[in-house]
Design a protein around this ligand. Structure first.
Ligand SMILES: NC(=O)c1ncn([C@@H]2O[C@H](COP(=O)(O)O)[C@@H](O)[C@H]2O)c1NC=O
Length: 532
């Protein structure tokens, strides 16, 4: 186990982000610490009137090759890696005139920021730090004798400890700093590896997978209060979504809010704002109402009508700039989160009256066709797959029944299939006139989802004082094939006249026959939209 206290007598500072640097360095000098630093850091410190040696004095080499080589030298790495109570290491230091370094302060070239700024290939390559991670890893390995600081937010705590412990840092602090240092270099390298994979187009299953992120938000708890949780942002994400959205107002977001808002925004992203206004209302990551409309207000009212009971306490996602009319209507019922590309000032003022209501502005809509990866953990591992970027607009719809769908039925089929992609399997969606009228989600049997969706459509009609179910004359979408005719017949009984499904069941013939007998028009897409 490392010695408990190490006295800090010499520090090497090499930082790209110079926030808080001069105050920190001045306080270190005040603690009697000798400072060494690299070019730009040295410049900043001397300009502030601080006494600091340049690293080239130690290495007896100038910085060269645009800074690609400045600290990659035994005079630096020997000073970081030497074990203090190892006589051979000490003899090597003495023989080569190398001084030990007790504290390393490094933050890296801003690779992630360069990526985020959308800079080109050459800029990204130039911002891959090599000497910094090498020093960080050396100091972190040798945490028995060396402390390594990689985060400017740690400066204050380090100074407090140095001053409380008369210039020393404890083993516990050094271990904590070493852990953070290795997490930093790992997430940095992950960002680089994933960027290259994106640029070059990676293999489907590379031997090694790097996953790295930066804390976006500590969360009070996870899905349940007894689960710890936090939200991490992947580096370089430019696609608008939950991780890039700006929270304008409202209570702190919870784990469930983040998960549900993600589902809501991905769903509403299916609807091109240049073509139509659209709203998705989500509960427990499933849509409970989705609609297009002549305006956001119209779309919201139609989405809400599908299942207002479930919509209570839901997440509302809109595909256009939130306007005052829609905002006024949305705040009439309890809503957890609203997410939109933007909001008018009037809409913001209306939402502001509800202090707890979270308003997130994402700056744009996620492109549902954009390639990307989705990752989920399983016990002891994680699963990686491409995002479901398939769109019904690009599918060939094969009419398999005697009756071909009408134009209106085709439009409803497409709408229903677009929504079904975002409903947990087994997914059944009834839609009419560009609005869902009944959704069955997450049932273990497809026929149960059909029945649930039909019940929802009947209840929606009752609420409106109508005698006929809203499913009457609707199109029904199924995310995967009907294995038997029963689910399809349940839909026909509920009043659907048109069916869209991938097809591909061993019993497709039976299902098609049942559809013909019920007078339905049915199309096969050939593409499944499972979502588990
Ligand atoms: N090549 C090297 O030997 C090297 N040593 C340190 N750096 C980085 O240079 C930056 C600081 O440079 P400056 O002090 O010149 O502003 C730090 O982000 C540090 O991680 C290096 N740069 C890149 O690899």
């Amino acid at each position: 186990m490392p010695r408990d206290q190490i006295r800090v007598t010499r520090a090497l500072l090499s930082v790209s982000d110079k926030t808080g640097l001069t105050d920190f360095a001045a306080a270190l000098i005040g603690q009697g610490v000798e400072l060494v630093s690299t070019g730009g850091t040295h410049r900043a410190l001397t300009e502030a009137g601080l006494a600091v040696r340049e690293v080239s004095e130690l290495t007896r080499f100038p910085e060269m090759m645009d800074g690609r080589v400045k600290t990659l030298h035994p005079a630096v790495h020997g000073g970081l890696l030497a074990v203090r109570d190892n006589p051979e290491h000490q003899a090597a230091l003495a023989a080569h005139g190398i001084g030990a370094i007790d504290l390393l302060v490094v933050n890296l070239y801003p690779f992630e920021e360069t990526l985020k700024a959308g800079k080109g290939y050459d800029d990204c390559v130039e911002n891959i730090d090599v000497g910094g991670p090498a020093m960080i890893r050396a100091a972190a390995k040798n945490h028995a004798d060396v402390a390594v600081v990689v985060d400017v937010t740690d400066y204050a705590a380090i100074l407090a400890e140095l001053s409380a412990q008369t210039g020393s840092l404890s083993a516990a602090t050094r271990r904590r700093l070493a852990q953070k240092a290795f997490s930093r270099t790992a997430s940095y390298d992950a960002a680089i590896a994933n960027w290259l994979a994106e640029v070059e187009g990676s293999e489907a299953a590379p031997t090694f997978r790097a996953l790295g992120g930066t804390l976006a938000q500590s969360l009070r708890y996870g899905e349940n209060p007894h689960q710890a949780a936090a939200f991490y942002r992947l580096p370089g994400t430019l696609r608008p979504g939950i991780a890039t959205a700006r929270q304008v107002q409202g209570k702190e977001l919870s784990y469930n809010n983040l998960n549900d808002t993600d589902a809501a925004y991905e769903c509403v992203g299916e609807f091109d704002p240049a073509r139509t206004a659209a709203v998705a209302i989500i509960k427990h990551a499933n849509p409970c109402g989705v609609a297009e409309g002549s305006s956001l207000l119209d779309a919201y009212e139609r989405a809400l009508a599908c299942d207002p009971t479930s919509a209570f306490g839901g997440i509302v996602a809109l595909n256009r700039t939130l306007d005052a009319e829609a905002a006024r209507k949305i705040v009439e019922i309890f809503t957890e989160v609203i997410i939109a590309p933007d909001a008018s000032d009037e809409a913001k003022a209306i939402i502001a009256a509800k202090k707890n209501l979270r308003l997130l502005l994402a700056g744009g809509l996620p492109d549902p066709r954009a390639k990307g990866e989705v990752i989920r953990t399983v016990a002891g591992g994680f699963l990686v797959q491409g995002r479901d970027a398939a769109s019904v607009d690009e599918m060939t719809l094969n009419v398999v029944t005697k009756r071909a769908p009408s134009e209106a039925e085709l439009a409803d089929m497409r709408f229903a299939y677009r929504v079904a992609k975002h409903v947990k399997s087994n997914a059944i969606v009834y839609a009419k006139g560009g609005a869902t009228v009944g959704i069955g989600a997450g049932q273990m049997s497809r026929v149960d989802s059909s029945i649930t969706a039909a019940r929802k459509a009947a209840e929606a009609a009752q609420r409106l004082g109508l005698t006929e179910s809203l499913a009457k004359g609707s199109a029904v979408a199924s995310d995967a094939f009907f294995p038997f005719a029963d689910g399809l017949l349940a839909a026909a009984e509920a009043g659907a006249t048109a069916v869209i499904q991938p097809g591909g069941s061993m019993r497709d013939d039976e299902v098609i026959k049942a559809a013909d007998e019920a007078g339905l028009a049915m199309v096969f897409t050939g593409t499944r939209h499972f979502r588990h």
